[in-house]
Design a protein around this ligand. Structure first.
Ligand code: FUB
Length: 339
């Protein structure tokens, strides 16, 4: 029976069980899955990892991705469809290299793909591309979104229809090089090295109604401890590193993120999309591979976490996306997952 099930899963291109999540696809490497439900279907907007033969470094040069593929599924555990190339680096007029973790949104008949990529000066910016279909192909705007920088855009649309973009990542994501408001080309490759000062924050801004521009300057996403004090730069187990995500549950805003060099997914809650947010705990202990990156989405009344590890390759830059149910307690708090 087990052999028959494995064979059936393999021929369908997907195998998923409640107890041990498996890679959603294995014909390409995928990472940083931003999941959304559009028209009753699940769409996953991941990075598309490739072997580019670049040596590993603290700036993530080995993550040298060149396009995006969008995945979809009718239900959790169902067949996963790869819709092919949705956007290629060569079709983004201002882009230099490294297409990192994207996200997507829908408004008024148009789908928006938000993506970080280094410009021709090797500075990460956020771009936006549009399509009439959730799976693309997407057409990139001719310039990056004004006022954006760093990586990992995540767009959250509140129940009143207002959309917000969260972004940022330290180390290879370059956020530390913007701490004065201007880009420091020779700034630190990691963080500010000020362990006793407030940690660098992710950023947030409301999006304009046309979803193509920021409607206000970026603000700090403050994460406080239980005493109302900002988390410190030296608090590597709790401070923000990269991969921010916002979801709303019972009128509370949950900002979740990766702690990077301590490899945790953590979360903090607040009363508005801007925060401040109070640190609550760990969502997921380290996965295999250096990076950890997730999204959280509700589908048919259940909450799921999409994430990645390196089960298929054993290599940190060749990742595979997975999904599992998000274990939530009655009070809304999230139980720690041991992957
Ligand atoms: O995929 C490249 C980078 O790795 C992402 O932008 C980060 O969040 C980390 O997952």
């Amino acid at each position: 029976l087990v052999a028959a099930l494995v064979a059936a899963c393999a021929s369908a291109g997907v195998c998923q069980s409640a107890s041990a999540p498996k890679p959603l696809v294995s014909h390409i490497f995928t990472a940083d899955p931003s999941a959304h439900v559009f028209n009753g279907k699940i769409y996953i907007y991941p990075s598309h990892d490739i072997e580019a033969n670049v040596a590993e470094d603290d700036e993530g040069g080995h993550f040298n991705m060149r396009d995006y593929h969008i995945l979809s599924m009718d239900k959790i555990g169902g067949k996963v469809t790869d819709h092919g190339v949705a956007l290629d680096l060569k079709d983004i007029p201002w882009a230099g290299r490294q297409l990192w973790a994207p996200d997507a949104a829908y408004k008024n008949g148009t789908y928006y793909l938000y993506f970080p990529v280094k410009d021709k000066q090797d500075v990460f910016r956020i771009g936006v591309a549009t399509s009439k279909s959730p799976t693309g192909p997407f057409k990139a705007e001719p310039q990056p979104m004004a006022g954006t920088y760093s990586i990992d855009p995540a767009v959250f649309t509140d129940t009143d229809g207002t959309s917000y973009m969260y972004l940022g990542g330290i180390w290879g994501g370059q956020l530390q090089r913007w701490h004065t408001g201007k880009y420091e080309a020779n700034g630190s490759k990691t963080d500010l090295k000020k362990d006793n000062e407030p940690a660098l924050s992710a950023k947030v801004a409301r999006l304009s109604k046309n979803m193509l521009t920021l409607d206000e300057p970026l603000k700090d996403v403050q994460i406080l401890d239980q005493n109302g004090k900002p988390l410190l730069g030296g608090d590597h187990d709790r401070r923000f590193f990269e991969g921010g995500w916002m979801h709303k549950y019972k009128n509370k805003y949950y900002f979740s993120y990766s702690t990077g060099d301590t490899h945790l997914l953590a979360y903090a809650t607040g009363d508005t999309p801007y925060g401040p947010f109070t640190y609550q705990g760990v969502i997921m202990k380290p996965v295999t591979g250096w990076t950890t990156h997730h999204s959280i989405v509700e589908f048919n009344g259940k909450w799921y976490i999409f994430y990645h590890d390196v089960e298929l390759s054993g290599k940190t830059h060749l990742r595979n996306v997975k999904v599992r149910e998000l274990p939530r307690r009655a009070d809304g708090s999230i139980e720690t997952i041991t992957p």
